[in-house]
Write a protein that binds this ligand. Structure first.
Ligand code: SF4
Length: 308
């Protein structure tokens, strides 16, 4: 695995290295016509979704977003390409200006992101997401913002993030077992790196200078956690104020629909003790979560993805 500088391409905030492999992707620049997209489906509680990039270097095996690739070759190569929406900040500026002109004193509810990770490795170099935050912070009241990521790079932007009045961070951690993570999402940051990022986030918020963000851990889709890792995983989840669980996206056999991908179905075969009765595994996991995390919100599917 290539060692690369994961967090800290920002010269002014040098941080630490995390093992990451992202040197084999094709990067494209593109001007977007619009940036805020009307939200629907499991995030219909929002006004808009916002995706700074198209494609995602993490290339998780189960990612339903692969279905929205520009063509079937790119769909097959999910994880091997990223399109940078070069003019994203200018477009967002225009769109927010229009929104606030039409809806004075009413903040838009924005979900970032639905089909990419806004803090995938390339963000450490291009800082597109950071520029979008900057644009949003020019408006008052600031948009309600929910950020969905699995990347520790988010900690780079604590200075901006704590200025949002209504912010929720959804950190994706679909399993408590590194072995399982490496099978299903080998290019993504380690579980430890994600948990450390949340801890860093919580410890770095300057309570007198800003607002307190809400923190969710999204176990979506719920992947197996090995019995030996379960207790410590539950213990670590206590860092969040909400846990969200959800089953896999339903499988369908057509290639250009948002569904669990074939490669995931193959990886699942490695975990028969969990997948022989997936429904039962899910129910048992949920029961343990509820029993072991009193006082923490446990939500399922769509109900867990809202800000409130
Ligand atoms: S990080 Fe999210 S958007 Fe990126 S490949 Fe994984 S599931 Fe898909």
């Amino acid at each position: 695995m290539t060692k690369a500088r994961y967090e800290g391409y920002c010269v002014d905030t040098p941080t630490r290295f995390v093992q990451e492999r992202f040197d084999d992707i094709n990067v494209y620049n593109q001007n977007a016509k619009s940036l805020l997209t009307k939200a629907s489906g499991f995030i219909s509680a929002y006004d808009f979704t916002l995706n700074p990039y198209r494609g995602c270097q993490y290339g998780c095996s189960y990612c339903y977003a692969a279905a929205f690739s520009p063509n079937s070759n790119m769909r097959k190569d999910w994880g091997k390409w990223v399109i940078i929406k070069e003019n994203a900040a200018e477009i967002l500026e225009k769109e927010l200006k229009n929104w606030y002109a039409k809806n004075p004193n009413q903040y838009p509810k924005i979900y970032m992101s639905s089909v990419t990770d806004p803090y995938q490795p390339i963000e450490s170099k291009h800082q597109l997401t950071r520029r979008l935050l900057e644009v949003m912070l020019d408006y008052y009241p600031t948009p309600t913002l929910v950020i969905q990521t699995r990347s520790p790079i988010i900690t780079r932007d604590i200075d901006y993030l704590q200025r949002f009045q209504r912010l929720r961070i959804n950190m994706s951690i679909p399993t408590g077992s590194e072995l399982v993570r490496r099978d299903f999402e080998p290019r993504s940051p380690s579980i430890k790196a994600r948990l450390n990022a949340i801890a860093k986030f919580k410890n770095s918020i300057e309570y007198l200078k800003g607002f307190i963000p809400k923190i969710s851990i999204t176990i979506t889709p719920l992947l197996p956690t090995l019995p030996a890792d379960e207790t410590s995983f539950f213990d670590k989840l206590k860092i969040a104020d909400r846990i969200v669980i959800q089953n896999f996206h339903p499988s369908q056999n057509r290639s250009l629909v948002a569904s669990t991908r074939q490669e995931t179905e193959e990886i699942k075969q490695k975990y028969p003790w969990w997948y022989e009765d997936e429904k039962l595994s899910y129910m048992q996991f949920k029961k343990k979560l509820i029993a072991q995390l009193p006082g923490i919100e446990i939500k399922e599917g769509k109900n867990g993805f809202g800000y409130d």
